[in-house]
Design a protein around this ligand. Structure first.
Ligand SMILES: NC(=O)c1ccc[n+]([C@@H]2O[C@H](COP(=O)([O-])OP(=O)(O)OC[C@H]3O[C@@H](n4cnc5c(N)ncnc54)[C@H](OP(=O)(O)O)[C@@H]3O)[C@@H](O)[C@H]2O)c1
Length: 183
C-alpha cells in the first residue's frame, strides 16, 4: 500500500504560473540519451492507481480542460476532491471531502485502496506531507524555467527528509524522480 504525491514542475519548482496556467508543460526538447514513453506501459501503469486525491483548484483546472474537449485524465477511478465549496460534479466517481485530511487518508482510503495518488496542487501536496501521510513523492522535472508561479509544495513547517529511489530521463527532456519519504 502506498500514498504517492505526483506532479510535474518546472526546473525552478513551479507546478503552474501564478494565474494557474500550465501552457509551459509542453516543451520541444530532445535528449538523445533519454527513454521514450511507451504508451502501453503508461496505460498499464495507470491501471495500478486505485484512487486519486486533489485540491479544488486542481479539480477546477481538470474540469476546464474537459470542457475544452481534452478529456478527463482520471478515468473511472474514484477521485476525492478536497473543498469547502459546492462545486459541479458531472460524474459519480467524484466525491467531495472537507476537513481532516489524515482522517480521510488513514480512516477511509488506506483500508480500501492500495495505490492512492495525490495529484496536486501545491497546497494539498504540502498538507499531505505536513501531516506525514505520503510514502513517496514523484517529481517530474520539465526542461524549462518559468521564474514565478505556484510552488510544488506550499508552506511546510519543518524539513522532510527523502530517499532518492529512482531516476529516469526521457527523450522529451523530462526527468522523473521518485523519492521515498523517510522516517
Ligand atoms: N504541474 C502539475 O503537475 C499540476 C498538477 C496539479 C495541479 N496543477 C496546478 O496547480 C494549481 C492548483 O494548485 P493550488 O496549490 O493552487 O491548489 P490545490 O492544492 O489544487 O487546491 C487547494 C484547495 O483545496 C481545498 N482544500 C485543501 N485542503 C482541504 C481540506 N483539508 N478540506 C477541504 N478543502 C481543502 C481548498 O479549496 P476550497 O476553497 O474549495 O475549500 C484549497 O484552496 C492549478 O493551476 C493546477 O493547474 C499542476
Amino acid at each position: 500500500m502506498c500514498v504517492t504525491i505526483h506532479m510535474a514542475a518546472s526546473l525552478d519548482g513551479f507546478i503552474a504560473r501564478k494565474d494557474g496556467r500550465i501552457d509551459w508543460l509542453e516543451t520541444s526538447d530532445d535528449f538523445a540519451g533519454g527513454d521514450t514513453m511507451d504508451p502501453d506501459f503508461v496505460e498499464a501503469f495507470l491501471k495500478t492507481i486505485d484512487c486519486y486525491v486533489m485540491g479544488s483548484r486542481t479539480y477546477e483546472t481538470a474540469l476546464g480542460f474537459e470542457a475544452k474537449g481534452l478529456g478527463w485524465p482520471y478515468g473511472d477511478k474514484p477521485t476525492f476532491v478536497l473543498t469547502h465549496r459546492d462545486l459541479p460534479r458531472p460524474r459519480s466517481t467524484v466525491e467531495f471531502y472537507s476537513g481532516d485530511l489524515a482522517e480521510l487518508v488513514n480512516g477511509r482510503l488506506r483500508p480500501t485502496f492500495r495505490n492512492i495518488w495525490f495529484v496536486g496542487g501545491g497546497a494539498v501536496s504540502a498538507e499531505c506531507l505536513r501531516l506525514g501521510l505520503a510514502d513517496e513523492v514523484r517529481y517530474s522535472i520539465v526542461p524549462i524555467v518559468i521564474g514565478d508561479g505556484i510552488p510544488f509544495f506550499g508552506k511546510l513547517d519543518r524539513d522532510i527528509a527523502l530517499h532518492l529511489a529512482e531516476v529516469k530521463a526521457y527523450k522529451s527532456g523530462m526527468v522523473d524522480l521518485r523519492y521515498e519519504v523517510r522516517g
